[in-house]
Design a protein around this ligand. Structure first.
Ligand code: FEO
Ligand code: CA
Ligand code: CA
Ligand code: CA
Length: 601
């Protein structure tokens, strides 16, 4: 395909200035509405949200907390009807409950937070003449929570590393947690990354065995209680009582939103790490490649090349086949080499005339055959170990330590792959590893965007930095050579999306420049390559997530509005979206052009 317009089509709007408003701020000529909020009912028999009177039974039938990834899938044969699929990444008791006791939440509060995790599938309907979307009690509506049954597949499934007292088969896992970004597959399912799962498991100090200690340390499990206290009511979250339960989280999960009774899958062939998400690219010859980042300071970028191709057709047998695509293939980790190593001297970024460029290699770690059996390609580790302790395998092969790899997205027109490297304020700090050409700054507070020209199924690639983010007036920022006096300041890129014209859209999380987070468009091709413009900002304390940019709509997830260490229901930082004195509620919002028409025209 090729974009139906010259480079930059779809980015003609007046940039929104940095601000601290408790609102979604959008360009002149646009309108907005909230699609769905934390607690909104998803089923006819679900109670309306009542902040003062919550229950786990209600939450299990309502929209979850802290929406992150969003997918908007058109329902075939129904005009203006979509499935909205959303991740609910995490919960924070102090913001969810009045009078919350951080040391001793009630059993019901613990159950509510478990029910507020996972994913939501909800039908939404548009109306002619506006971009507004309204939820419906549709037949596809579904909540997946921290207790929903999943099937574990791939080389680790059934191995001793994932067997527990409650599941001696090592194949049935209850729940998904810490679901951050994700992707839509060409076969109609949704992928979701289990990211900061380590924070849900208590008492890492009580796991004695030496080899286990190294594993536990590399995945960041810590001593004592967790902030959520789930271990108090559910022993599987206590490493001292059930050391293998944690080996069943940290995967790419796949949900078939078209069948509300389907059992979602955790794919161990794609490795266990803090998956930011997973996104799919299909090559011209039909090969399926999935890219995924491990979001941690100094962690790695991965890809999975499947040996299976997509079976077309909407029947159940096609879906059965397609749900195994991510269970057979090779998992690789990336190693990058800069072209101008001599210009990176340990003190920080020095964009040369040529920008930041280099070559790279995908190093194979694990091969999974059509029979589901794994073959380790890493010395001293079994296939099961590589699948479950993927970070340790990648350490052994000398992969490149990146500045927190978040979302990946492939340009549907050029096939080039983009990666958000959100920040790494530890680079070069206190004797830690210093800069390299792909991660060119010490104490990197603002992040960068990497562009990869990949031979998708092969092992070689070239790369360059598209953006080195931050204040355009600062010498250490770079916007692909574009005039820096004409760009918006951008900090901490997290999620990526493409619009129908081949422009990259970037949402941010943790703006280090003291303004609210936002959503930006970036032109990739033509004379305006690098032109970066802020399309919206989200309310106070929120990060911008899950962008979906279509011809006529921009959908964003507003995650954790009002989140601040000292914010509580009695001292809220934000009252969005309900206003007045209301509590902030994580919500999905939609923006459209007032007179209709396409975004950015
Ligand atoms: Fe949940 Fe990497 O952001
Ligand atoms: Ca993220
Ligand atoms: Ca994305
Ligand atoms: Ca983030």
């Amino acid at each position: 395909p090729s974009p139906s317009g010259p480079p930059g089509t779809g980015t003609d709007f007046a940039a929104v200035a940095p601000n601290k408003e408790d609102a979604i701020v959008i360009p002149d000529g646009y309108d907005q509405s909230v699609v769905i909020r934390w607690g909104d009912p998803l089923f006819a028999d679900a109670p309306a949200f009542d902040f003062e009177k919550q229950s786990a039974a209600a939450q299990a039938k309502q929209f979850g907390y802290n929406n992150d990834f969003a997918a908007l899938l058109p329902i075939e044969g129904q005009a203006n009807a979509f499935l909205l699929v959303v991740n609910h990444e995490y919960t924070t008791g102090p913001h969810m409950f009045r009078g919350y006791d951080k040391e001793a939440p009630t059993d019901e509060q613990i159950a509510i937070t478990q029910a507020a995790h996972g994913l939501t599938v909800v039908e939404v309907r548009g109306e002619p003449g506006t971009g507004k979307l309204t939820p419906a009690f549709g037949k596809y509506n579904r909540r997946i929570t921290a207790t929903t049954e999943f099937k574990l597949t791939g080389p680790a499934a059934g191995s001793d590393l994932v067997k527990t007292a409650a599941d001696p088969t090592g194949t049935k896992v209850l729940g998904t947690i810490a679901n951050c970004a994700g992707g839509v597959t060409p076969w109609g399912t949704v992928l979701s990354g289990e990211e900061n799962f380590n924070g849900y498991f208590a008492n890492a100090d009580k796991v004695a065995e030496t080899v286990a200690t190294a594993r536990i340390k590399r995945y960041g499990f810590t001593a004592g209680k967790t902030p959520n206290h789930w271990e108090r009511t559910d022993k599987r979250f206590d490493l001292a009582q059930e050391p293998n339960e944690a080996n069943r989280f940290g995967y790419v999960v796949e949900v078939d939103p078209w069948d509300p009774t389907s059992t979602p899958i955790k794919h161990t062939a794609m490795g266990r790490l803090k998956h930011e998400g997973a996104t799919i690219y299909v090559t011209k010859s039909g090969d399926v490649v999935s890219y995924t980042g491990d979001d941690e300071k100094f962690d790695y970028m991965y890809k999975f090349v499947s040996t299976r191709k997509v079976q077309s057709g909407s029947g159940a047998s096609s879906m059965r086949h397609n749900l195994t695509i991510l269970d057979a293939g090779t998992l690789y980790v990336a190693k990058l080499t800069g072209d101008h190593a001599d210009k990176i001297d340990g003190t920080g970024a020095k964009p040369s005339e040529q920008g930041f460029t280099g070559t790279g290699q995908w190093i194979p770690l694990l091969e999974t055959g059509a029979d589901g059996k794994g073959k380790s390609l890493v010395d001293g580790m079994s296939a099961e170990e590589v699948a479950v302790f993927t970070r340790l395998a990648a350490d052994k092969v000398g992969a490149t330590k990146m500045d927190r790899p978040e979302d990946f997205e492939a340009n549907p027109y050029t096939g080039k792959v983009y990666v958000a490297l959100t920040n790494n304020d530890n680079r070069g700090k206190d004797g830690k590893q210093g800069p390299d050409e792909a991660n060119p700054r010490n104490l990197n507070k603002n992040g960068q965007i990497l562009e990869i020209d990949d031979d998708h199924t092969g092992t070689e690639f070239t790369w360059s930095l598209l953006l080195v983010c931050g204040d355009p007036n600062a010498a250490d920022t770079y916007f692909a050579g574009f005039d820096k006096s004409k760009v918006s300041p951008i900090s901490c890129p997290d999620n990526l999306a493409f619009d129908p014209y081949g422009n990259l859209w970037i949402s941010t999380d943790g703006n280090a420049m003291k303004s609210n987070d936002g959503l930006f468009s970036v032109v990739l091709d033509g004379a305006n390559r690098g032109a970066t413009k802020q399309f919206l900002t989200v309310p106070r304390g929120a990060e911008t997530c899950g962008p979906v940019v279509t011809e006529s709509r921009v959908l964003v997830c507003v995650q954790h509005p009002g989140e601040a260490d000292d914010a509580t229901p009695d001292n809220p930082l934000s009252h969005w979206p309900d206003g007045g004195t209301a509590q902030p509620r994580p919500s999905v919002a939609v923006v459209w052009k007032k007179n209709g028409g396409r975004i950015g025209a």
